[in-house]
Structures are given as structure tokens and as C-alpha cells.
Design a protein around this ligand. Structure first.
Ligand code: AKB
Length: 308
């Protein structure tokens, strides 16, 4: 029997590529929703504001949805520019969806968390799943709070909600918007275009990153895993590879030798400095078999091929 799947935030950086993968499956009927587009029911695409509880409820009821991926969010850099909006969008959308699952309107929820939950006093290297977690950005605060709500709804009401702490995500189908790690995509686009990039982070700023195909594989793996194997109901650490603007520039120069990088540091440096450089994701490996295929060089090569 097929299940009805709704992706909220379907036109964003993760949503776009998640939908491409979900579309390949013949055991699901995929519905998309995003605030940015006009409704097109032929493409099963609906205009939806993720903070509008009444419309979300109506849509889930009308389409008889079984599973929801809630990918709408305001990321770290944009969040610092508009903290109240970040809190409202990131928290209210999650709480609405948790409530609807509690009411039995649908069965399973995926909600993305982030390495932004970690703060300046968390260990920087091989950051463990459970450690000091004091986020310093509003985005990180909303993600950490959301993690606690997920855990609470699972323990108290049995809501089957699953979550991953994504690192920076590198992708080519849709541009990222509003994150601190966005440079990792912009640098490759600029290298292909003008062969010159001015980076807002210092060259030696190391952060964990993941190429989108690995992120989507992980997302589907956690959602496909049997309920009993999900032992963490806050959110799973997920690593990938560590990189910095300098290391990315070096990798890009294998293909574009005259690529130049300059620096003009802004407020995003403080955000990056508060985050881990590498992540311990042994729980994801153990519980639902996370495995990444792409390191830095393979990611850069695939990005240049796709965009070049
Ligand atoms: C951001 O930079 O805000 C995001 C994230 C790490 O969650 N890419």
C-alpha cells in the first residue's frame, strides 16, 4: 500500500533534492508545500505558510497525509537579523506539526535540527552526541528547544518524530539561503563564474559539511528505519567532512587553477567560531546505518561538474 507524503518547504535547499529522491519511489504519493509559490495542484504543489496551523491541518486532512517532512526554517545568519521571526517560524511550525501528529492526523514526522545547537563551550573536535550544549544564536536556540519538544512529544504522546542535526550542506539544485555555511556553495559558483570569491569567514575556519546526496540518503534512512532502532528522539549528530575556505579553495584549484579567494569578515565569523569543527556521529551509524560517500574533493568535483 502506498503512503501519502507531504514535504513542507519543498522548494528550499533540502526540500528540492529530497523531493527529487522521494519522487523516484513508487510506494509513495508525494505532495509539496512552500510559501513561495502559487498552488499548482497538477504538480501536487500547494502554497502554504508553515506557521499557519489551520491551513496545515486542512491540507493534511484533505490529502490524507501519512508522513510529513518539515523543512521550512530560518537559518543562522538570517535568524540573527530577525530573531523573533526565526523563533516564530522555527518553533511554531514544529509545535503545530507535533500537535497534529498527537491528534492522530498523520503518523510520522521528520524535523531537521542542526550543528547550530552546539555553542562556544561545546567540545570543538569530534563533538559528542551528548555534551555541553549552550547555543549562542537564535537559530541554535530554536533548534535545541525543538529537539526537547520532539523528545517530549515522543515520550509523553508516542509521536513518531525523527530528527538529524545537519552540518553545513553543499548542493547545486537550489541555492542555500541565510546560513553561515553558505560560503561553501557560493565559493564554487564564484570559482566557475568570475574565478574570484570574497569570503565572509576567515580562511582557516573549519566547519563540518555534507554533500546533499549524503544528507538526503541519511534523511531517508532515518525515516525508513524501524521505530525500535531510533534510540535518540531529540536529534542525531551527523558529520560528513571537515573543511575551511582555504581547503575548499585548494580543492577547487585542481580544476580552476587561477581561482582567487579574498576575505572580508563579517558577523558570521562569530557564529562559525561558536560551532564544532567535526562531529561524532557514531549513534547514526549504529542505529540506522549512516554512511557518507563524499569527502571534500569528491564533493567539489561533483559540484563543478554539475554547475560548470
Ligand atoms: C547554517 O549555516 O545556518 C545552516 C546550518 C549549519 O544549520 N547551514
Amino acid at each position: 500500500m502506498s503512503s501519502n507524503v507531504l514535504v513542507i518547504g519543498s522548494e528550499g535547499q533540502i526540500g528540492t533534492e529530497l523531493c527529487l529522491e522521494l519522487e523516484k519511489r513508487d510506494d509513495i504519493v508525494l505532495y509539496r508545500a512552500d510559501i513561495r509559490l502559487l498552488t499548482n495542484s497538477e504538480r501536487r504543489l500547494y502554497r502554504l505558510d508553515a506557521t499557519d496551523q489551520r491551513s496545515i491541518k486542512q491540507l493534511i486532512r484533505e490529502l490524507q497525509i501519512d508522513e510529513v517532512y518539515l523543512m521550512a526554517a530560518l537559518l543562522s545568519a538570517k535568524g540573527e537579523e530577525n530573531p523573533k521571526l526565526a523563533w516564530e517560524l522555527n518553533m511554531n511550525s514544529l509545535l503545530h506539526l507535533l500537535d497534529l501528529a498527537k491528534e492522530g492526523l498523520y503518523k510520522k514526522l521528520f524535523w531537521p535540527s542542526s550543528i547550530a545547537v552546539f555553542g562556544p563551550d561545546s567540545p570543538k573536535v569530534d563533538t559528542p552526541q551528548n555534551t555541553t550544549i549552550n547555543p549562542s544564536t537564535v537559530y541554535g536556540i530554536s533548534k535545541r528547544s525543538g529537539e526537547f519538544w520532539c523528545n517530549y512529544y515522543f515520550n509523553k504522546y508516542g509521536v513518531d518524530v525523527r530528527s538529524i542535526r545537519y552540518p553545513g550542506l553543499i548542493s547545486h539544485a537550489t541555492e542555500p539561503g541565510g546560513g553561515t555555511t553558505d560560503y561553501s556553495v557560493a565559493i564554487i559558483r564564484a570559482a566557475i563564474g568570475t574565478r574570484n570569491y570574497t569570503c565572509y569567514l576567515k580562511g582557516n575556519t573549519i566547519l563540518p559539511m555534507l554533500f546533499m546526496p549524503d544528507a538526503i540518503k541519511a534523511t531517508l534512512a532515518i525515516m525508513d528505519a524501524p521505530k525500535e532502532s531510533i534510540t535518540i528522539r531529540t536529534s542525531y549528530n551527523l558529520g560528513g567532512f571537515e573543511t575551511s575556505p582555504e581547503l575548499m579553495a585548494r580543492s577547487i584549484r585542481r580544476f580552476i587553477p587561477d581561482f582567487e579567494i579574498n576575505y572580508s569578515i563579517d558577523f558570521r565569523q562569530d557564529i562559525a567560531d561558536s560551532w564544532p569543527q567535526s562531529i561524532n556521529d557514531e549513534n547514526a551509524i549504529m542505529d540506522w546505518g549512516f554512511e557518507s560517500e563524499y569527502d571534500l574533493d569528491r564533493t567539489v568535483e561533483a559540484m563543478i561538474k554539475a554547475l560548470g
